[in-house]
Structure formats: C-alpha cells, structure tokens
Design a binder for this molecule. Structure first.
Ligand code: GLN
Length: 205
C-alpha cells in the first residue's frame, strides 16, 4: 500500500495527538491552514482529512478568515475521506442546534448535532464504548451529541442511548476523542478508506 497523506486541520484545537496516531499508523501528515495547503495545481493534495476537536465556533471563524471554508467543503463533498472528532463533527454537520452567534458549519454530513450535550467543561470522561467495528476506549470532552440523522447516515457508536458516532459514505463523525487514549480504530479505518479511494482513482486513470 502506498503511503497515505492526511491533511490535519491545524487552525485551533488538538492537532498533535492526531498527527502522532496517524504517523504511528505509517501515514504522512500535513498541517492545513490555508487553501494552498489543501489545493495544488493538480487538485486536492491530500488523500484524507482529519478535523480535530477544539472549539467549533473558533475553528469555523478561522476557516472563513483564511479562505479555507469553501475549498474544504467542496473537497469533502466531492468524496475526500474525512474523520471529524468532537468540534470536527460539529463542523461537518448539516445543522447545529445551538450554534454560537454567527457560527456556520460545512453541512456535508446529514446530521443535526447539539453542542456540549453531556454537560459543561467539567464533563470529561474516559469511557468504553461499543462501536459497529468493535469496542473502544475514548475520551469525551464537552462532547456534542447527534440528535437526528438523514437517510444515508449509519450510526456507528452510542453512549447509552445517545448517538455519538456516524458514517456517511467516506465521512465519519465522532463526538469523542480516540486520539487522546491512543485508540487507533477510526484512524486506521480512515486510512483504509483513503487507500481504497486512491486505488479506484488509479484503476480508472
Ligand atoms: N472537545 C471538543 O472538541 C469540544 C467541542 C466544543 N464543545 C465545541 O462546541 O466546539
């Protein structure tokens, strides 16, 4: 398998832990801050994307300030394999029930989310969850919850009855942080999806 290059959105939030986990899985990573980090002369320069946790309204504002909002939205909508964690899930969502004033989202994942759904700043927890791909140990930090899903969206993880992980095509959104516990399942999946996508592009070329 040729090496996969993952663009990690690096405007704000928990970037380093994603980079470490991806590199442990033999991926190459590039920090994304500007449109030219994402787009080269021949199109999108990365095979996959990670949108990390942090503060979704801040990341949204910086995306628009740096002119990256629209290129990122187009690349994901066109099928670039993407993993969004926590604030990254909020950024992907079609609808945010309780946005900060002026907060936008990319609208590429057909879900409605509620921010800070499990309590406030003090609500941080390391939990064992069942997912469709097996058990994981992950961290929740001021996590959102998915409160509605569109028809093409598969639920991949629940916390009690709350939806905390979803997949739609090549997009995965999770409300929690696997990178903080070193849980590789979701990043491994992202790399597998990206290598499948790269192989199918090569076979039609
Ligand atoms: N850990 C996180 O990413 C928290 C997300 C934060 N509550 C937000 O609304 O953006």
């Amino acid at each position: 398998m040729s090496q996969i290059t993952v663009g990690v959105l690096a405007l704000q939030g928990g970037v380093r832990e994603h980079v470490r986990l991806l590199e442990e899985l033999d991926a190459r990573t590039v920090p994304l801050r500007t449109p030219s980090d994402l787009l080269g002369a021949d199109g999108v320069r990365v095979d996959a994307l990670v949108l990390p946790g942090g503060e979704s309204s801040t990341i949204d504002r910086l995306l628009r300030t740096f002119g990256l909002f629209e290129p990122l939205r187009e690349a994901i909508a066109a099928g670039l394999p993407t993993l969004g964690t926590c604030a990254g899930l909020i950024l992907l969502a079609r609808e945010v029930l309780d946005p900060a004033p002026g907060q936008h989202s990319l609208g590429v994942l057909d879900v409605t989310v509620r921010r800070n759904a499990f309590g406030s700043q003090v609500d941080s927890a390391e939990l064992d969850l069942q997912t469709v791909d097996g058990p994981v140990t992950v961290a929740f930090i001021r996590a959102p919850q998915v409160v509605a899903t569109g028809p093409g969206v598969e639920v991949i993880a629940l916390r009690d009855q709350a939806i905390v992980g979803v997949r739609q095509g090549a997009i995965t959104g999770i409300a929690f942080h696997p990178e903080l516990t070193g849980e590789p399942l979701f990043h491994r999946r992202l790399l597998e999806t990206a290598s499948g996508a790269a192989a199918s592009v090569r076979s039609v070329a």
